[in-house]
Design a protein around this ligand. Structure first.
Ligand code: GTP
Ligand code: MG
Ligand code: ZN
Length: 319
């Protein structure tokens, strides 16, 4: 949706960066790194974490500042809600970091959907396998299957194995995050906030136990918060999710989110092949031959069905 905003912020406004969004308030960082509580200056202003903005600091207008203007966005990470409507989550990201762990056990469909979102937005993407200190033999716990990580490595996604507990692998993760605007996403309880606390000494993100009864995280982080990294760049700690779906503009575009499917699609008989029931489909041949994993293909079909459903239910503008 194009922002109907005046082209220039009012004189006297300062440049800032939105680092958190609460119900009505925003936390804005100025160029000196000081943080200011702000409200939106106008109803139609909807700042997101990562937005570059202009704001009037607290002063004679009140005890909170005012966001006056949002600079045009490079991109916007969104999810679709249960009715298929896009909901914006963060702006101006350069990288999506999908975190998995042995505990709670990984949900590969969720990983595929985040990686799909990253590709549709042209963001860098990688996988972090946290809690590498947990050994199944010693702890009787599950593990992140090597075959799963190997599938992503084979697709050229970097996989960083690390532990927020022992610090193993964190230098590799820090190097990957340096200079980028990354968001850490994944299930609740995989250790996103624990990683941020290790990478950003004064982050002070709350950390919660994984429930022994349900085996799931307790949704400890409730709002996205961006932190400056010591080596430059920003990392956004996101609340954990049970499910995620990127906005799917049209069924034909879903395959753009799966690099191996897109690569094989050139060999299909029909240029508009969706790789379902069509004859002479190179993607299905690649699945049968084992060049494309049946699991990834199932993830693709799953998103395709979702896209088709919302495509019919809610006519939306196509990009
Ligand atoms: N053994 C082990 N435990 C870890 C590690 N990292 C995090 N944990 C534990 O995992 C639990 C969840 O950690 P959090 O950092 O709160 O997880 P989160 O992904 O931020 O969860 P939400 O905010 O709910 O999305 C806590 O009990 C942490 O102590 C790790 O590397 N090894
Ligand atoms: Mg958290
Ligand atoms: Zn095909």
């Amino acid at each position: 949706m194009p922002d109907k905003l005046p082209p220039h912020p009012p004189s006297g406004a300062l440049p800032g960066l939105v680092v958190a969004r609460y119900r009505r308030e925003f936390l804005v960082e100025d160029t000196e790194g000081r943080r200011h509580r702000c409200l939106a200056g106008r109803r139609e202003l909807r700042p997101l974490v990562g937005d570059r903005i202009a704001f009037t600091p607290a002063g004679h207008t009140g005890d909170v500042g005012r966001v006056e203007h949002i600079e045009p966005r490079d991109n916007c990470l969104e999810r679709i809600d249960s009715r298929g409507r896009p909901e914006p989550l963060a702006a101006n990201l350069t990288q999506l970091v999908v975190v998995v762990a042995p505990h709670p056990p990984p949900d590969p469909l969720l990983v595929d959907r985040f990686l799909c979102a990253a590709r549709l937005l042209d963001l860098r993407a990688c996988l972090v396998s946290n809690k590498s200190d947990i050994h199944p033999e010693a702890d009787g716990a599950a593990t992140v299957p090597d075959e799963l990580l190997d599938q992503y490595r084979a697709l050229d996604y970097p996989v960083i194995e690390c532990s927020a507990l022992t610090g193993a692998g964190l230098a590799t993760l820090a190097a990957r995050l340096a200079g980028e605007v990354s968001s850490l996403v994944g299930q609740s309880g995989v250790g996103k906030s624990s990683l941020v606390n290790r990478l950003v000494p004064d982050a002070d993100q709350a950390v919660g136990e994984v429930s022994a009864r349900s085996g799931e995280g307790r949704h400890t982080t409730t709002t996205a918060l961006a932190h400056r990294l010591p080596d430059g760049g920003l990392v956004v700690d996101f609340p954990g999710v049970r499910g995620y779906s990127p906005p799917l503009p049209a069924p034909a575009r879903v395959q753009l989110g799966f690099r191996e499917i897109e690569a094989e699609a050139a060999g299909c008989r029909f240029g508009n092949c969706l790789h379902q029931e069509e004859p002479d489909c190179a993607v299905k041949r690649a699945v049968e031959a084992g060049r494309i994993s049946a699991r990834r293909y199932a993830s693709y079909l799953d998103l395709l069905r979702l896209a088709g459903r919302f495509d019919r239910a809610t006519p939306r503008k196509r990009s």
